[in-house]
Design a protein around this ligand. Sequence first.
Ligand SMILES: [Fe+2]
Length: 212
Amino acid sequence: MTAASYQALTDIATIAWRAAAAQPFAPRTELDRAVTLLSGLSFAGQASPRSHGVVERHLRPRAVRHRHAGALLDTLLETAPTIDWIGGDSGYGSEPGMEAFCANYAFCALAGPARWATGCSAVSDEVGFNFTVQGPNVTYPDHAHKAIELYYVVSGKALWKRGDEPWVERYPGEVILHTAGMRHAMKTADEPLVAMAVWISDIQAPLVVVRA
Ligand SMILES: [Fe+2]
């Protein structure tokens, strides 16, 4: 990733997170914290771009009615060829449902701890910042982590499940908060899901797949 791509993405992301924080019922405390942490990051150096089949197939121009989500998608499309895209973590392949998920999921890490650093453009022990691409008809199985997680839907609608709540359809521009340790899952139908995600607090703790 180039410094210009990194700056373009973090600038547009910050605008989107700020706008989301102004919405009624937004998790404002977590959003404000995410914006503060993201604005304190600095670009660490250019990483070689790496393409990924899931990104090539599913990160495509789409009509997005939400203004900030649409601007994010445009910037992500422009910068995608400079990004180091990473596939789903094969370390979870033996967990139920994770093999199919990993084959249809890719992400890039703009910021994160040093152990993620193969793709990170900014190194931080306090905040992780990713863009994710989940193919159609794919379930990201129930999982949990100690990190607080904020998702922002960039394009595509998807079903979201938080804890014991029912599945809820989420649309571009919506923010979804996963509190520390909260079990959650995402399920796509006929559209791929493009999202951005921020992790704050305990970002070094691993993700755990939760069995039914
Ligand atoms: Fe998560």
